[in-house]
Write a protein that binds this ligand. Structure first.
Ligand SMILES: Cc1cc2nc3c(=O)[nH]c(=O)nc-3n(C[C@H](O)[C@H](O)[C@H](O)COP(=O)(O)OP(=O)(O)OC[C@H]3O[C@@H](n4cnc5c(N)ncnc54)[C@H](O)[C@@H]3O)c2cc1C
Length: 368
């Protein structure tokens, strides 16, 4: 049987970032993905926003890894010339009650170490962003956008330059714990491969609970329930009236239908939130009325004809409908008693922003 130090299942941003970090230290790092290439699922179906780390409860993994990850990601983008822009974002209020919520958010951000938010009053906003309807806003200068595909390509180049290996079209089937570590069975384009691994890192995103269930000795009661929460996007044809990202006050399961720009300046709106049972990326034209209603609150002069259904992504959420905040769940032996196994569950937003910090955190678990 072939042997590897580390087998990483899932080549989204998180698996790629972990493989790039661990291939600096370990000789034998293998990253596999069942799809034709890397990053074909959630990692290429998101808002491409580098989040500041404003909203999450202090000391949660989401707060800590987002704030750290943002710093690491900006540094990485600069070093590797990855298209990105620190465009900034306006979190907008439309009445006194929402302004109170902005004040609560400001305090939460400070507790998370995000102390660069700037209060904007209505007359400042009218001057700087005439198309915006808002009574006040918080400006987050450290929020930005990134070209995620270039980022993932760069991580892959790092892995390969450091002697790691990525193999696509290779499905993790099952694994059995033995005295030497964990023996994994993979299916690579119809060929069955057995691998003896010292460590397996499960970064399978929407499929992470299925992967965990296929590992003998992994206690079933430690595998959380994953909910699929789809978010749709509509693109806006033509010139953007906004230079910054525009976010309404967050809603229960997401950040609200916001306006974001990609690195080429193209404006899009979304995502909304819709819990679904099966993976399905359809964007129905019927959603347009709901989008217009939400967007009109902060962009009253929106031209309805310019709003076109675009794409959808699915969040792998630990939080079911109407449930409270759930953190990233990153488990090692201490939680599940399986030596050599690390599971990552519920890596929804801000997973992209946090990816390099998640990689650092996982390396720490391997050392502990
Ligand atoms: C609508 C939406 C908007 C978002 N916006 C943002 C944002 O603006 N900023 C931000 O920071 N985060 C955002 N996120 C979150 C971010 O996209 C995710 O946290 C991140 O992409 C997760 O990456 P991942 O590598 O964990 O998962 P994925 O990208 O899903 O990768 C998992 C990989 O595992 C592979 N896999 C699964 N099972 C197997 C198997 N058995 N064998 C082999 N391979 C397998 C899959 O093929 C897949 O490629 C958003 C998410 C959504 C859905």
């Amino acid at each position: 049987m072939e042997e590897v130090d580390v087998l990483i299942v899932g080549a989204g941003v998180v698996g790629l970032a972990i493989a790039a970090r661990l291939s600096q230290r370990y000789n034998n790092v293998l990253l596999v993905d069942k799809n034709l290439s890397f990053g074909e699922e959630t990692s290429s179906r998101n808002s491409e926003v580098i989040h500041a780390g404003i909203y999450y409860p202090e000391n949660s993994l989401k707060a800590r890894l987002c704030v750290k990850g943002k710093e690491l990601l900006y540094q990485y983008c600069q070093q590797r010339h990855i298209p990105h822009q620190r465009v900034g974002k306006l979190l907008v209020a439309n009445n006194k009650q929402e302004e109170e919520q902005l004040k609560t958010t400001l305090a939460q951000a400070k507790r998370n170490g995000v102390d660069d938010l700037v209060w904007q009053n209505q007359s400042q906003l009218t001057k700087s962003t005439p198309a915006l309807a808002a009574t006040a806003a918080l400006l987050s200068p450290s929020t930005g956008v990134i070209d995620v595909h270039s980022y993932m390509q760069s991580l892959l180049a790092d892995i390969e330059n450091q002697g790691g290996l990525f193999v696509a079209q290779t499905n993790f089937v099952k694994a059995t714990v033995n005295k030497l570590g964990i023996a994994a069975t993979l299916n690579s384009q119809g060929e069955q491969i057995k691998l003896q691994c010292k460590t397996i890192i499960n970064c399978a995103g929407l499929h992470a609970t299925q992967v965990a269930k296929a590992i003998t000795d992994m206690p079933i009661n430690k595998i959380p329930k994953l909910h699929y929460c789809r978010g749709h996007y509509f693109s806006y044809q033509g010139q953007s009236p906004f230079q910054q990202l525009i976010y309404p006050i967050p809603e229960a399961n997401g950040l609200g239908i916001h306006a974001s720009l990609n690195t080429a300046g193209q404006l899009k709106f979304g995502p909304d939130t819709q819990y679904i049972e099966n993976i399905d990326y359809q964007v129905s034209d019927n959603l347009k009325a709901k989008f217009i209603k939400a967007i009109t609150k902060y962009f009253p002069t929106i031209d309805h004809d310019k709003l076109i259904p675009d794409y959808a992504g699915i969040r792998p959420k630990l939080q079911g409908p109407n449930e409270g905040f759930k953190d990233f769940c990153i488990q090692d032996e201490k939680q599940h008693n399986v030596k050599g196994l690390i599971n990552l569950f519920g890596i929804d937003s801000p997973g992209l922003t946090s990816s390099l910090a998640i990689a650092e955190y996982v390396e720490g678990l391997l050392n502990s």
